[in-house]
Design a protein around this ligand. Structure first.
Ligand code: ZN
Length: 168
């Protein structure tokens, strides 16, 4: 294994292309971003996006070749606020894997006993469904305590078709 170029290492799962993003549940996206700016040189003026549909504020940036999403619920009891309260602290909420074929990735997981988890950003939709950047689905089976999301990133044609889909 070449430790200097991990991105060139083949994936052990044939359907997983790369790590799409890591999403962290934070109490205050501005405060969390400040820590990344201070300790990890992330631009402190990174824009914090507000998603009206899912009621989240998200600081989004790239670090070490990976997209980070620092997610704060706008309302008490929201998706990330409820998670923080249930876990007793902020932390890594889920990892999203970019897959070549979301149906194949789901079929493999389900053949091995996985259940689907409703999408909390979309009122509990189960299985593959359109999001702003691609088709996504969640498993109801954490791996080492981390929620698993799959995303089949849109082709340019699909991106046009789903342009109207907003919110993470
Ligand atoms: Zn959704």
């Amino acid at each position: 294994m070449n430790v200097h170029s991990p991105k060139s290492a083949p994936s052990d799962n044939p359907n997983i292309l790369s790590l799409k993003h890591m999403a962290f549940a934070v109490k205050d996206a501005d405060a969390a971003l400040k820590s990344y700016a201070r300790f990890l040189c992330v631009p402190g003026d990174t824009k914090i996006m507000e998603y009206a549909k899912s009621r989240n504020r998200v600081a989004l940036f790239n670090l070490g070749g990976v997209e980070y999403q620092l997610c704060q619920s706008m309302d008490p009891g929201g998706r990330f606020d409820a998670w923080i309260k249930a876990r007793g602290g902020e932390g890594l909420h889920h990892i999203c894997y970019a897959v070549d074929d979301i149906n194949k990735a789901l079929a493999h997981a389900q053949a091995n006993g996985a259940q689907l988890r409703g999408c909390k950003g979309c009122g509990g939709v189960m299985g593959s469904h359109p999001h702003p950047e691609g088709y996504v689905a969640f498993l109801d089976n954490d791996a080492g305590g981390i929620e698993i999301e799959f995303m089949q990133v849109y082709t340019p044609e699909e991106l046009k078709q789903y342009e109207a889909v907003k919110g993470i």
